[in-house]
Design a protein around this ligand. Sequence first.
Ligand code: NDP
Length: 434
Amino acid sequence: RSRFPNEPEYIQAVSQVLATIEEEYNKHPEFEKSNLIERLCIPDRLIEFRVTWVDDKGNVQTNMGYRIQHNNVIGPYKGGLRFHRSVNLSILKFLAFEQTFKNSLTTLPMGGAKGGSDFSPRGKSNAEVMRFCQAFMNELYRHIGPDEDVPAGDIGVGGREVGYLFGQYKKLTHQFVGILTGKGQEFGGSLIRPEATGYGNVYFLENMLKTRNIDLKGKTVLVSGAGNVAQYTIEKLLQLGAKPLTCSDSDGYIYDPDGIDEEKLAYIMELKNVERGRIREYAEKYGVKYVEGAKPWFEKADIATPCATQNEINEEAAKALVANGVIAVTEGANMPTTPEATKVFQDAKILYCPGKASNAGGVAVSGLEMSQNSERLKWSREEVDNKLRNIMDDIHANCVKYGTEADGYINYVKGANVAGFLKVAKAMMAQGIV
Ligand code: NDP
């Protein structure tokens, strides 16, 4: 805390992990002797740079660019790039820290990293986004490589941005290699990668419900966000017979009592991915409720799945969800639940899972994209989807193994943290003091 006083999100993420791994940590005196916690909490490397680009009016703009290479003991650094005006070192350090444990949980050989910029693609023309991505890559390319560090997308970085970043890397280095995941299908992208985080989130939810013999079919679901993770969470919920009632963007949320069906989801995808419009337009088109400046957590439903951003469910929202009878909360976003809200869910003994487990499907399929790039092959949709499902099953089983408490309640936060930590810790011990 005294080392990083101005990094509240980072302190929040680290504190939560340390609190839940303490019991396991104390069983290993060798960890303490090698100062493992400090070595694990301080990122291997912080890269910070200026990005200079020219807007459509000819004005020169500057933004900050970052890459946090947190830990690479189990594989090359791996983690997304976030382009959003709120991006700062604290947020990226928390995301890179979480990514290290998440990647460890996936069972694949990937270390943890995160990066991005305070540039927001919202309201920018395609040409501006392209020039920004090129300028960003002009600096980043020195620090990444297929065996070194492989970034991907995150908030504000989708297929369009990954394409521009990849094109510039190729221009600078003359190399066609898998230095980014989430690429287009025509140039090395994996099938199912766009869907993976949302699909994996719902596969995990299904596994959680199974522990209580509850069927997802017919259940109503509150979803936040309307981007990549929210869209494919809704798609898989529909395929499995659930009824998503809400989605949102940073301006507000819509509530559709008839449920968001396939046709309405196709509209959301067009609105968000092509027209880059606002979610309020859904309410205008379908004549449903739109609430400006609010989140959907005060509506009544069986399940909630936050898929927008960090700290979007606070204590008050968690209490409202529990009072309204929610049975499960699964995180598509990273750290969307505050520590106080987490306690509310756990005290109420509802099914609650942290993003590092339930949203790990995205990076897992990114790992599979890396494998396909290395062998210069492309796997079928079914093959990737089956592997994704198996990985989500394995992550769930690990959470149960390390998180089941004396009264039978599965503490998924503890389970995910302990399982993720142990693998990284053992690899660090084996590799010596470096
Ligand atoms: P997108 O940019 O595709 O979508 C983000 C959505 O969340 C948009 O609807 C956006 O609204 C909304 N949002 C963003 N910031 C805020 C905010 N401060 N307050 C309210 N709403 C906000 O991102 P993704 O769907 O890829 O990512 C969503 C979450 O999932 C993030 O936490 C990300 O880290 C996490 N995640 C993503 C993975 C992936 O594979 N993409 C993998 C694992 C985790 P608006 O349109 O107004 O900006």
